[in-house]
Design a protein around this ligand. Structure first.
Ligand code: GLU
Length: 501
């Protein structure tokens, strides 16, 4: 029988879930889901200073939001639990005992100062600093005595010299490491906590992990882990190290490059479907040119063979383009539901939505749907629909109002007669107005746009007018005429405005 595939995502809860972590989680998830496998979520919280429950919760929440669920782990629990390393300390003990007993590890009493002196000495000699373990030669009696006296000791793994460790990486091929370059490393710190390299091996073993798919930065840890597997006479899992994500300047992705965490993208109003689609293409490429994938399609198409060794470049314009595409496909009700928090944050659309009002809001949002790349932009775009009257947003708009005084005056006279108050009739009325006044194009439409919205850009004019309602349009034109005649609130100057765009 084929062995069941078991993967894990093992975040350290020292901050929010970042783009890179989310991509690792996604690749693991896709790999497992496409092969009837299981996904485990394990929290690696042995760095007690930097780990927190809030970070863990934020990571869990981000994974759920992205739609990446797990079969075992923090949350659902499972047979391999507990799934927080901090709660698994009793599990590591027997493994350490075994390595100590078999001479594969030893107690080390060196103080940080001694270790630093050793490091400096090796550097001075032009050698790569690596710990060589003066404690290696301590007799069992001496060790016992010192421990009995309460001396603190770390446990070090004894790295065999003169060997090569070869990792068969599913993404990078064979990668060889010389053991002479690896010092005897700590597996249990003097405070009793396991180090990452040790805990990760024990946990992956205990949890039956068959494939370790993780970031490239862990590749250099892999020979250490392989040596521990060997010492424990355990079978190595398969490894796949996925490349770094770089910013467009080819430097490692960091805050400097903009939003790096999933929560930030969520707050900005990106859709999880778009983000997942985009993340999948960071390092993986499909067989054809297709760029749009649902999660289910990704599950079917994904393979580690098509994950590239070269670094992936995070292109925010591409993400924005992709997100805009997904946004355009949102049905009106969904658009309302997802936009409301953003509108409310901007102080718009407060209170309960009555059914009629919801329908109106849906139409208003649809009119700007194609103009936003992410939903927090929608408040600015849909702002024209809120408030009774609009002051011109800048001097250019005032100038347009002034130029178009006659158009506005005449339109105000005719608004009552437009029948019905719908796009077609509104368009016809504007055309007839232009014909009668002998103006067309910009000089006709721009003053109207400026008058009803206070700005020179925005949704389709007839649509906007229909949605503002006849009375609303009249009120706005009358208000703008005061500006056109130099009697606006600020005597021809807008009080404030974000500029012409
Ligand atoms: N806890 C590690 C990290 O967050 C993951 C290590 C691994 O996947 O082996 O980087």
């Amino acid at each position: 029988m084929e062995r069941e595939i078991r993967v894990r995502f093992a975040p350290s809860p020292t901050g929010p879930l970042h783009i890179g972590g989310a991509r690792s989680a996604l690749f693991n998830w896709l790999y497992a889901r496409g092969r009837g496998g299981k996904m485990v979520l394990r929290v690696e919280d042995t760095d007690t200073e930097r780990s927190s429950r809030e970070s863990e919760e934020e990571i869990v929440e981000s994974l759920r939001w992205l739609g990446l669920n797990w079969d075992e782990g923090v949350g659902p629990g499972g047979p391999g639990g507990p799934y927080r390393q901090g709660e698994r300390l009793h599990i590591y003990g027997p493994y350490v005992e075994r390595l100590l007993r078999e001479g594969r590890a030893y107690h080390c009493f060196c103080s940080p100062e001694e270790l630093e002196a050793e490091r400096q000495e090796m550097l001075r000699k032009g050698e790569t600093p690596r710990h060589q373990g003066p404690c290696l030669t301590l007799t069992e009696e001496v060790v016992k005595g010192r421990l009995a006296r309460g001396e603190k000791a770390a446990v070090r793994f004894r790295v065999p010299g003169g060997r090569q460790v070869v990792i068969h990486d599913l993404v990078r091929g064979e990668v060889a490491f010389k053991t002479d370059g690896i010092g005897d490393f700590i597996i249990i710190k003097s405070d009793g906590l396991p180090t990452y390299n040790f805990a990760v091996v024990v946990d992956d073993l205990e949890m039956g992990i068959t494939h370790v798919i993780r970031a490239e930065e862990h590749l250099s840890n892999t020979p250490r882990q392989a040596l521990i597997y060997e010492a424990l006479e355990a079978e190595l899992p398969e490894f796949a190290h996925i490349s770094l994500i770089l910013g467009e300047d080819r430097a490692k992705m960091s805050k400097r490059h903009g939003a790096t965490s999933i929560v930030q993208y969520r707050r900005l109003g990106y859709l999880p479907e778009a983000l997942v689609n985009f993340l999948a293409l960071l390092g993986w490429s499909p067989e054809d040119e297709e760029e749009f994938f649902t999660l289910e399609e990704l599950v079917r198409a994904f393979s580690l063979e098509r994950v590239t060794k070269s670094p992936a470049v995070f292109n925010i314009e591409k993400l924005n383009w992709m997100n805009a595409n997904y946004l355009r496909k949102l049905p009106p009700q969904e658009l309302v539901r997802l936009s409301l928090p953003h509108l409310r944050e901007a102080g718009l659309a407060a209170g309960e939505l009555s059914p009629g009002r919801e329908e109106w809001l849906a139409a208003a949002l649809v009119s700007v749907q194609s103009k936003v790349e992410y939903l927090s932009q929608i408040s600015r775009q849909a702002g024209v629909y809120f408030g009774r009257v609009k002051d011109p947003e800048n001097a250019e708009t005032i100038a347009v109002l002034r130029e178009g005084r006659q158009v506005l005056q005449e339109l105000l006279n005719r608004v009552e007669a437009v029948e019905p108050w719908e796009e077609g009739a509104i368009k016809d009325a504007l055309k007839a107005l232009g014909k009668d006044l002998k103006v067309k194009g910009k000089p006709l439409f721009m003053p109207v746009r400026a008058a009803v919205s206070g700005q020179l850009w925005g949704p389709e004019l007839p649509t906007m007018m229909r949605l503002l309602g006849r009375a609303g349009v009249k009120e706005r034109i009358a208000h703008s005429l005061k500006w056109a005649e130099g009697e606006g609130a600020g005597k021809g100057k807008p009080e404030k405005g974000p500029g012409s765009r």
